[in-house]
Design a binder for this molecule. Sequence first.
Ligand SMILES: *Cc1c(COP(=O)(O)O)cnc(C)c1O
Length: 476
Amino acid sequence: MSEDEYPEAAPDPSGLPLDPCAAQTQDLLDQASTLVAALFDGVGDRPVEAPRVDPGLVTALAEDRPGAAVPLESALSTLMQAIAQGQESRSGGHLAYIPGSGLLTATLGEMLASASNRYTGLPAPSPAAVALESGVLHWLCELFGMPPGSQAVLLSGGSMANLTALVAARERHAAGQPQFATVYVGEQAHASVRKAARTIGILPGNVRVCPSADGMRLDLDALRVLIKQDRSDGLLPTAVVAAAGTTNTGAVDRLSALADLAAELGVWLHVDGAYGGFFQLTERGRRRLEGIEGADSITLDPHKSLFLPFGTGALVVRDRQTLSDAFGEEADYLRDLPDSDQLPEFAELTPELTRAWRGAKLWLPLKVHGLPPFVEALDLALDLAAWAHDELAALPGVTTCGVPDLSIIGFRVPGDDAAQDAALAHVNADGRVSLSSTHLEGRVVLRLAVLSHRTRRHHVAHAIDRVRAFVDGRTD
Ligand SMILES: *Cc1c(COP(=O)(O)O)cnc(C)c1O
């Protein structure tokens, strides 16, 4: 076959070409932008629970397989049908778990990052793209009072940030001997910490759950005893994992004292701030997180407390070298890419090589909105949580887990665990707000978590009214 016998492009009258022509591209984007605009229209006050989940659609989608082309309109409509099912996680009424909200501007940043497909694993191919991300990362380090030589990296979420931090800690304190590494967590530590430890070869039995006086915060005396005992038993105490806001109740550990203790005993202090870290942007948050600047590493989740769409976590480390010791590798096939003195080499600092250019979706919202609306939204979350706590505590027979450190309230209505489940079902029944529950000290505890920038006083007031109605026996 001679050269001109190869077709320019495979003619496929039925399907959209892999590279649509300019007019098709515009049309496609017009259709998509109409859908995106519809997705954001009135989102803050949508019911959290969509009216129905269609089991037929779920089954049909799970059985669907790619093959022949279908028209774009039809495929987009299927996508939108799938989106319409289940929870509206972006609603301001979402007060369950850890709310995530999703910013349009981040969506736009993500789209441009994806459309340009810039390679950012190493700085040489797209130095300015890496520089743009690096600027935001420096800001993160500075926000947490980290010294020169510190580094932040963007990952897919808090779980990967916790895992990345534990690898760095393991390489620092138990290199080559993960079976002797021990990690210390609080009773309320997030499950991702245990999962990370297991994933990186730390034995489940070597993840010590440090007893705590109040059931919520690490007890320093108990921690000291555990670490000293393990060391005298020949183990390698590796990391203490503290919480800058537990998922259960938002409790913050005593970070200053923990930083001192970790330094004294020569172990890594990792602070899991996946939920609470960005309250550092507020004055009250800085007071509550005091001492966080003494951490060796901090997990942050921009897809929680910076309102980004899911898929963005961050890790801040005090010493960049600890990441390059843990993840640096020489790769022969990358020999054409020169090192950079100025810009971070993400492939040498994280488990990933090729990565999404996450910096764009973090940078764009911070740039076009500026910091003040983020600070205001987080301040409002603190205000609403404080108010909700007082309102709930004033209801007859309702007990709370105490004034919230940040923006999560744990509480119980009068009665046994079944009563808690019934209360939760009642509060969530009209779909306008959604709370969740957890176990604390063996008992069911209801949770109200304020974090979305779309949550307003009326959402929280509605939740409180529903709890009040349940407590008063007005459940119809
Ligand atoms: C959500 C959360 C995590 C896990 O983060 P993902 O982004 O869900 O992977 C870890 N720690 C805490 C405290 C969290 O709230």
